[in-house]
Design a protein around this ligand. Structure first.
Ligand code: SF4
Length: 371
């Protein structure tokens, strides 16, 4: 295999461009472009050709691609965004819509799976297409940002259901939309008196931090409380540029919560995750969830058994401060809700006495107060 290098001047200029629209325009979207930037393995070449032909598209910003090792297909950045031949392999448990979002659609583009919150799908476009995406059935399929008219039924449903206090704006990626469109949308949701919290679910801080310019943050600020839910999965993603983006969000008053997806041969190692979680906390982002990868069709090669996540949580408990330690979550198939999972610390529950094993490896009794 011939070595390729990303040090070509035009690649460097594109990767460091602060113009987010330029980054999107110059994203890599084909096997031919990928093979000019990376030495593709046979698996990647076959997977990319298939992705181009069959639907779940490729998109990688020059910035994000610059974090990848051009010569190593096992690079954790590449495993997240470069398609592989195994995407064609179905494994037991695979589902097209693992969270049952279609079945839980209560109005056009509005999904309700819990009594107090709802998910508003505002676009099918993302800055990158992650190969493990739960919504691979619909993202990148055309249509782009949804108009306010198309979302009108969703707004009216939210108005008619004041018990819905928390709206998660997702897609696709809402921050891949133009500022004017995004602000219009957030303002419309904010006008619903019963909505208390709005969350923006986005991978932009990871893959396109150039989008987090003062102009965008100033335009969104009037609509606080606005939370940002993002997905850093590996410490390589916490570049100096990404850290500046996270700090800009925190300075502008956006609480940032991180939901890492547990991915085979990307981050299924407690040392890797400890480094990631500590780095996030240093940048004022809270490691909130470690998510078991949803069983979405085509992601079998990226999923780990549940026991891997439980072992990792056991290794991290007591080693990481509570503010750096996320919950390990399984979002149960069919949209039946999230369940926290973890190691078992209770050895025995007796009458008024509970015996624990601790992360230090000792057993300790806790005695209840008298009834
Ligand atoms: S950015 Fe989010 S919605 Fe878009 S492909 Fe990645 S995981 Fe899916």
């Amino acid at each position: 295999m011939a070595e390729v290098s990303l040090s070509l001047l035009d690649d460097e200029a594109a990767a460091s461009s602060e113009d987010w629209k330029f980054q999107l325009r110059h994203s890599v979207r084909s096997t031919a472009e990928l093979s000019r930037k990376l030495v593709l393995s046979d698996e990647e070449r076959t997977g990319s050709e298939r992705a181009e032909a069959e639907g779940f598209p490729i998109a990688i910003t020059p910035y994000y691609l610059s974090l990848a090792d051009p010569n190593d297909p096992s690079c954790p950045i590449r495993r997240q965004v470069v398609p592989r031949a195994q995407e064609a392999v179905e494994v037991p448990g695979d589902l097209r819509d693992p969270l049952g979002e279609v079945a839980h659609e209560v109005a056009p583009e509005l999904v309700q799976r819990y009594p107090d919150r709802a998910l508003l799908l505002v676009s099918d476009r993302c800055a990158v297409y992650c190969r493990f995406c739960t919504r691979s059935r619909m993202v990148g399929q055309g249509g782009g940002p949804r108009s306010l008219e198309r979302l009108d039924g969703a707004f009216r449903y939210l108005e008619a259901h004041p018990e819905l206090k928390d709206v998660i704006i997702s897609g696709g990626d809402p921050l891949a939309m133009g500022t004017e469109r995004l602000v219009e949308l957030v303002a419309r949701v904010r006008r619903i008196p019963s909505v208390e919290t709005i969350r923006l679910a986005t991978r932009v801080p990871v893959v396109l931090p150039q989008r987090l310019q003062p102009e965008l943050l100033a335009a969104l600020r009037p609509f606080h409380p606005l939370w940002v839910m993002t997905h850093f999965n590996h410490p390589k993603e916490l570049s100096e540029r990404a850290r500046r983006g996270l700090e800009a969000l925190a300075d502008a008053g956006f609480p940032v919560m991180n939901q890492s997806v547990l991915l085979r041969s990307v981050n299924d190692d407690s040392r890797v995750l400890a480094e990631l979680f500590r780095g996030l906390v240093r940048s004022r982002a809270r490691p909130y969830y470690l998510l078991q990868t949803d069983p979405v069709r085509g992601s079998g090669h990226l999923r780990t058994p549940l026991s891997t996540g439980i072992r990792i949580m056991e290794e991290l408990q007591g080693r990481l401060s509570g503010i750096a330690l996320p919950k390990f979550i399984v979002d149960t198939p069919g949209g039946m809700g999230k369940v926290p999972v973890g190691p078992e610390w209770v050895v025995h529950r007796g009458d008024g006495v509970t015996r624990f094993r601790t992360p230090r490896g000792v057993e300790v009794d806790y005695v209840d107060p008298p009834a």
